[in-house]
Design a protein around this ligand. Structure first.
Ligand SMILES: Cc1ncc(COP(=O)(O)O)c(C=O)c1O
Length: 346
C-alpha cells in the first residue's frame, strides 16, 4: 500500500533542464542570462548586515512591492511576490483549480503547468498550437478556452519563442470564464507585453520573473500583477514567509538599475538576430523569436542527434522529444563568444 495520494503515485514529476556539475559546458539549455546580475547586487551582498537574518522576512514585501509599483505605475495591492515565478504558478493552481475546476494551456508550452495540475487533482486540457503555422493559436481557440477555471498562456511562448498577437490575447481574456494567467517570463526580450491587461480584464494575471532578464535565476524571485481583489485572494494561499529577506533586498537593487537592464537586454536581442540569421544561413528552419532563446530544426531533422553531438563537444542545448517538438532544439541566446563557438561547431 502506498502512503501517497493516487494523483501523486500516478504522475511524473517535473523534469528540470540539465544543470551538470561534471564539466564546464557552454550552457545554452535553460534560458539563463549569460551576463552577471547588476553590479548593484554584488555591492548589496558585500555590505549586507547578516544580523537582519535573525528576523523573519517581510511577509507582504512592502519595500519590493513599492519598487515594482513605481516601475509599472501600479498600486502596491495589485502586486504579489513569489519564490520564483514557479511559486506564483503554485499559488494560482491552489487558488483557482481543483476537482471540477479545469486547468487549460496550449501545447507545446511550459511543462510545469500540467505537473501542477496533476498535483492539485484538477482536470487538465492541452490545446494544441498550430504547428504547421508557426505554433500560432488554433483557429477555434476562443471556444476551446471558454470553460477553463484557469488558463495558462505563455507569451512569448516557450519553447517556441513566438508571441500571440495582442488582439488575440484580448479575445482569450474575453472568451475564458475563469482566470487567464499570462506567463511573461520572457516578455522583457519581446517588442510588447500584456502589462496593461489586468486593468482592462478583471480575469487577467500577468506574471514576471527576475530569473531571465535580470540574470537572477539562482535568487528565486517572481511577481504577478492583477486586480487588488485577485491579489488579496492569492495572498491567502501563499506560504507565510515565501520570499527571503535577502531575495527581497536584492530584487529591489536589481530593479533599480534600469541602465544595466536595458543594456543587457539589448545585447541579447542583438545576439539573437545574429544567431537566427546564421542558423538560417546554415539551412536550419528557425522561427522568429521574441525570447532569449531560439527554436531551430537542423537541415536533416535529426535534432536529438544534434543535441547529443553538441553535448559531447561541450555545448548544452535542450531537446524536447514529442510529435510537434522532436525535430527542433531550443538554444538559449548566450554571449557573442558563446554563440560563435556554437556556430563554429555547427
Ligand atoms: C515559461 C516559464 N515560466 C516560468 C518559469 C519559471 O521561472 P522562475 O521560477 O525561475 O521565475 C520558467 C523557467 O524556465 C519558464 O520557462
Amino acid at each position: 500500500m502506498s502512503y501517497f495520494r493516487n494523483e501523486i503515485d500516478e504522475m511524473q514529476g517535473y523534469t528540470p533542464g540539465e544543470q551538470p556539475r561534471d564539466r564546464r559546458y557552454i550552457k545554452l539549455n535553460t534560458n539563463e542570462n549569460p551576463y552577471p546580475p547588476s553590479p548593484n547586487v554584488a555591492s548589496l551582498i558585500k555590505n549586507f548586515d547578516s544580523e537582519t537574518l535573525r528576523l523573519y522576512p517581510d511577509p507582504v514585501f512592502c519595500e519590493l512591492r513599492k519598487k515594482i509599483a513605481s516601475l509599472f505605475c501600479l498600486a502596491e495591492n495589485e502586486i504579489l511576490v513569489g519564490n520564483g515565478s514557479d511559486d506564483i504558478l503554485t499559488m494560482a493552481v491552489r487558488s483557482f483549480a481543483g476537482p471540477g475546476r479545469k486547468i487549460a494551456s496550449f501545447t507545446p508550452s511550459y511543462s510545469l503547468y500540467s505537473v501542477l495540475s496533476k498535483i492539485q487533482g484538477a482536470q487538465y486540457e492541452e490545446i494544441p498550437l498550430d504547428a504547421q503555422n508557426g505554433f500560432s493559436l488554433p483557429a477555434n481557440f476562443a471556444e476551446k478556452v471558454a470553460d477553463a477555471a484557469l488558463l495558462f498562456v505563455c507569451r512569448p511562448n516557450a519553447p517556441t519563442g513566438n508571441c500571440f498577437p495582442l488582439g488575440a490575447m484580448d479575445r482569450l481574456c474575453d472568451a475564458c470564464r475563469g482566470i487567464v494567467l499570462i506567463d511573461e517570463a520572457y516578455a522583457d526580450f519581446a517588442d510588447d507585453n500584456c502589462i496593461g491587461f489586468p486593468r482592462r480584464h478583471r480575469n487577467a494575471i500577468v506574471m514576471k520573473t527576475l530569473s531571465k532578464s535580470y540574470s537572477l535565476a539562482g535568487l528565486r524571485l517572481g511577481f504577478s500583477i492583477a486586480s487588488a481583489e485577485i491579489i488579496a485572494g492569492m495572498m491567502k494561499v501563499k506560504d507565510s514567509y515565501n520570499v527571503s529577506t535577502l531575495a527581497q533586498r536584492i530584487a529591489v537593487a536589481a530593479l533599480d538599475d534600469r541602465r544595466y537592464f536595458d543594456e543587457t537586454v539589448s545585447k541579447i536581442r542583438r545576439t539573437r538576430s545574429k544567431l537566427i540569421a546564421s542558423l538560417r544561413g546554415k539551412g536550419f528552419k528557425v522561427f522568429d523569436s521574441q525570447s532569449n532563446f531560439v527554436f531551430a530544426s537542423p537541415p536533416d531533422g535529426d535534432a536529438a542527434g544534434l543535441y547529443r553531438r553538441l553535448k559531447s563537444e561541450g555545448v548544452l542545448v535542450r531537446h524536447f522529444p514529442g510529435a510537434s517538438t522532436g525535430a527542433y532544439i531550443r538554444i538559449t541566446v548566450g554571449t557573442d563568444i558563446e554563440t560563435d563557438s556554437l556556430l563554429n561547431l555547427l
